[in-house]
Design a protein around this ligand. Structure first.
Ligand code: BMA
Length: 290
């Protein structure tokens, strides 16, 4: 059993979220959840039911690693859905009770679809990682644009995984966008996961980059070391050991606060706190762009 790799947003006087829930058969589903303080969550016992389910876009039940963002009047949910293999599925809701599916954003195979919180130059933007059908070494982050949340194109490469030539072993196997990017003074703060393959399997850590505000395929800064790596007992042991997987971040610029929600060891949901300005400054002053 596990509830992990989940996404939360401010909602009403409290918070709402979409959670990856796995029971004993380990088949992942999305469940809505509610919280007054962002820490103590009531998770709906039944998975999200969509108000529409066009057969052409694949079943909605296979679903994992959700991200949630409010853009204009809607909360959009993106997740890794089953469409003859994993790709990025999309739905929208106003109340976290009724979810309307939109078309899948991309062809299979793709993972880690992460929307920007506002249009840029009139277009919606989404980060993603085209991939293959399994957990093989493959994966750089791309960005795509859409005028309507349905048709995605103008694809650009944002960041490649690290390797010997960069000295960035912690992110040498694959990288994937995490929380919804946060608009800061220097551009878009993009928190992401980076993976290394070791003799004992993959290790998932967290890093961050700053993307250009108007041309977000341009990376201005990219941290040259992991900022969170499996260390605590609940990160190094669980269903899948050695995984920290950030999927959401709440921030309060005026109060200089950042709360990063991440999955630990494919088992539980955790929160890490930072001062937003120190976090950004760390990325800027320990940067290697490649
Ligand atoms: C990734 C995704 C994540 C998971 C991670 C580690 O490819 O499947 O959901 O947390 O592997 O198992």
């Amino acid at each position: 059993m596990g509830i992990y790799n989940s996404a939360v947003v401010p909602y009403g006087d409290g918070f709402a979220g979409v959670f990856r829930v796995e029971l004993g058969n380990r088949f992942p589903h999305l469940h809505a959840g509610w919280s007054e303080d962002g820490l103590d969550w009531q998770i709906e016992p039944q998975p999200v039911v969509f108000t529409n389910q066009p057969p052409e876009i694949g079943p909605g039940d296979y679903a994992y690693d959700p991200r949630v963002v409010k853009i204009e009047d809607w909360y959009y949910v993106t997740w890794c859905g089953g469409f003859n293999g994993p790709t990025i599925s999309v739905a929208r809701t106003k109340n976290f009770r009724e979810f309307e599916r939109l078309d899948n954003a991309f062809l299979p195979f793709n993972r880690n679809g992460v929307l920007f919180p506002r249009r840029i130059g009139g277009m919606y933007y989404m980060l993603s990682r085209p991939s293959d059908n399994g957990h093989t070494p493959f994966g750089d982050i791309y960005i795509s644009q859409s005028p309507d949340m349905i048709h995605w194109g103008r694809h650009r490469l944002v960041m490649r995984k690290g390797g010997d030539e960069t000295g960035q072993w912690w992110q040498r196997t694959k990288i994937g966008a995490g929380p919804i990017p946060i608009e800061v003074e220097d551009g878009w703060l993009m928190i992401y996961h980076g993976v290394i393959d070791t003799c004992n399997g993959f290790v998932y850590s967290m890093g961050a980059a700053i993307l250009d505000r108007d041309e977000p395929w341009r990376t201005l800064y990219r941290v040259n070391q992991h900022m969170l790596t499996p260390d605590m007992p609940y990160e190094v042991s669980g269903h899948v050991p050695n995984v920290v997987f950030p999927c959401a971040a709440l921030h309060d610029t005026a109060a200089n606060r950042l709360a990063i929600y991440y999955g630990a060891a494919d088992t539980s949901c955790c929160v890490a706190y930072a001062h937003l300005d120190e976090f950004v400054e760390f990325v800027k002053s320990n940067s290697c762009v490649f």
